[in-house]
Design a protein around this ligand. Structure first.
Ligand code: FES
Length: 293
């Protein structure tokens, strides 16, 4: 088994949930207003905010480690460690918001990721205290230890994204299985007005569920698997969210602009995959977006 393969075993341990679930509820309560959560998810950005923010502590701490190797530059290293400590706080808040809405295996590894990050942060704060008291050697030992722990934690975070699909668009994965040809979704008149209907898109191997929304003569067609965690958007609802008509996921309430597919409300930070649509003799035809063909 590979080292990172061990993390998959950790993600299978259901016994962790009795500690994780109360923490998750506490995080959800502490983050408060939906607008705050959406800001931290990165819904406004169209991309998860957490990986953007972690550049500050990671970049600062790696740079500080290099500067500490050169004695005249050690005061600059201390400044960078302070910048990393300050930058770790918003990065942690964004990560906590995503973690509280993640699927169960990701939550288990995320708890380990958070514990390691907290340990790294504590080591860096200890390093700053030691440096401020003139104990530079101890300060450097603590900061290099912090760098090691933060590096291990970054590997866990990477595993959560690349092996467990945390933060990625699940609708993009589903879209890639579609054929590149125009798909006949049947007569326009068969679609109900103002609510999503399940249609099936021909896939390269398996059929792909689609959610078609008719509003008068207009039809918007989306991949049915929600970009957050593959919730069934064909079972969702249409609602006005922040001034835009949106398709709302029945699982966790992410709302996607019917015109653009962009998220108007989280937890999803990724757009929902939308198909090109044309009418042909009263029938609805849909095709995969050009970026996937
Ligand atoms: S699956 Fe979570 S919001 Fe759709």
């Amino acid at each position: 088994m590979t080292v990172l393969g061990i993390l998959d075993r950790v993600a299978d341990v259901a016994a962790f949930d009795k500690f994780i679930e109360p923490a998750r509820r506490a995080v959800q309560g502490a983050l408060g207003a939906p607008a705050v959560k959406d800001f931290l998810h990165g819904t406004w950005l169209g991309h998860p905010l957490h990986p953007v923010l972690v550049h500050v502590p990671v970049g600062s701490w790696v740079s500080a480690g290099l500067l500490d190797l050169i004695p005249p530059l050690r005061p600059a290293a201390t400044v960078l460690i302070g910048a990393g400590v300050a930058g770790a706080v918003p990065a942690a808040l964004a990560g906590a918001a995503d973690w509280s809405e993640a699927e169960v295996g990701v939550r288990r590894l995320g708890a380990l990721h958070a514990a390691a990050n907290t340990a790294a942060l504590g080591l860096y704060v200890g390093s700053l205290v030691a440096r401020s008291r003139g104990r530079g050697a101890l300060g450097r030992v603590l900061s290099y230890a912090g760098l090691g722990v933060a590096g291990g934690s970054a590997a866990i975070g990477g595993h959560m994204s690349y092996a467990q699909s945390a933060g990625v668009s699940h609708s993009a994965t589903s879209a890639r299985a579609l054929t590149t040809e125009w798909i006949d979704l049947g007569p326009l008149d068969d679609l109900p007005e103002g609510r999503p209907a399940l249609r099936t898109g021909k896939g390269r191997s398996l059929a792909v569920p689609l959610a078609a929304v008719r509003r008068g003569a207009r039809v918007d067609v989306f991949v049915a698997a929600c970009s957050h965690l593959s919730g069934p958007l064909d079972e969702g609802t249409i609602a006005d969210v922040r001034g835009e008509q949106c398709l709302v996921c029945p699982l966790h309430g992410s709302a996607f602009d019917l015109e653009t597919g962009q998220p108007r409300r989280g937890p999803s930070a990724n757009s929902q995959e939308k198909l090109e649509v044309r009418m042909e003799a009263g029938r609805v035809m849909a095709r995969l977006a050009a970026r996937h063909r």
